[in-house]
Ligand binder design. Sequence first.
Ligand SMILES: [Zn+2]
Ligand SMILES: [Zn+2]
Length: 105
Amino acid sequence: MCTARFTHINETFDCGYCGHRVIPHQHGSCRNHCPSCLYSRHLDINPGDRSSDCGGLMPAVKAIIKQMDQVTLIHRCNQCGIEKSNRSAPDDDFEKILEIMRHSN
Ligand SMILES: [Zn+2]
Ligand SMILES: [Zn+2]
């Protein structure tokens, strides 16, 4: 579950990398990256606050398996280099996640 105090980040957005229309999760969990290319965007200082003015694209650079059905993705900002960890979503492209796993370690 999303632990962010701010809940209004579940919103539709167009992926800044591949243009995929990203729709909110049905179950109210955080949607912070594109399920198709796994790119995120540097918009937050704290999760959901949208108060960063960086706006850089954040490719997923690492994928860490926590449990069978739970993967943590590490996103790194192309612009400022900050790294953030995010939980994968149920509809994330699992092939992409595996690809990142092969390239990280
Ligand atoms: Zn995308
Ligand atoms: Zn940034």
